[in-house]
Design a protein around this ligand. Sequence first.
Ligand code: TYD
Length: 215
Amino acid sequence: MTPKDQNGLFLTFEGIDGSGKSTQCKRLAEALHARGLDTVLTREPGGSAGAEEIRSLVLEGDPDRWSAETELLLFTAARRDHLERLIAPSVADGKVVICDRYADSTRMYQGLSRGDLRATVDQLHALMIGREPDLTILLDMDPAIGLSRAKGRKGHEERFEDMGLELQQKMRAGFLALAEEFSDRFVVINGDQPPENVAQAVLAATLKALAQIDP
Ligand code: TYD
C-alpha cells in the first residue's frame, strides 16, 4: 500500500534506546491533534491487548531468557496482532498512526544483536507482516548519551538496554544503513539537539508526507 492508495498515514519512529522517541511521538501526536487530525499513538512491542502480553515476555527477565530465534517469533507474533487489530484498520479509516518502533527495530535488534539473523528477519517479515510504514523517522544520536538517558529510567524492562554500549553503537550504524536501504521512506533527524528543534523537524517531515496523500 502506498500513501496514494489510502486515506491514512502509517508513521514509525526508530532509534537506539534513549534517543527520545517516546517524547517525540507524544509531541507529534499532540501537534497533529491540534490540527484536527485523527491520530493514533501506539508502540511496539505492544499496542494491542495480546501484543502487550507478549511485551512483558520479551522485555522482562534475564537477557538469555529466549534464544534469538524464539525472540524473533515472539516479536513477530506481537506485530501481527497489532497490525491486524489496530494499525491496518486505523490507516484504512483515514487516521494517522504513530508507532514507537516497528519492523526496523526487529531488523536491528533481532537481526544484528546475536549473530546475523537479518535474512531470517526479512523472510519472516515478508511471510507474516508484509507492511512497511509510509514514513519512518530515525532519531539519530550518540549511543553514549542515549544509553545514559535510557539507564536513568528505572524499570523492569531492561533486557536490551542491559546489552551495553557496544551493541548500541552497532545499532546506530545499522539504523543509518537501513535509512539508506529504505531511503524512500526514511527521514533522519539529529536527536541530540533541544527537544523543541527535534519536534519541529519531525512535524515538518510528517506534514510533507501527509501532503503527498492529500495534496
Ligand atoms: P522500550 O521500553 O519501548 O524502549 P525504547 O523507549 O527505547 O523504545 O523497549 C523496547 C525495547 O525492545 C527496545 O530495547 C528495543 C526492543 N525491540 C526489539 O528488540 N525488537 C523489536 O522488534 C522491537 C519493536 C523492540
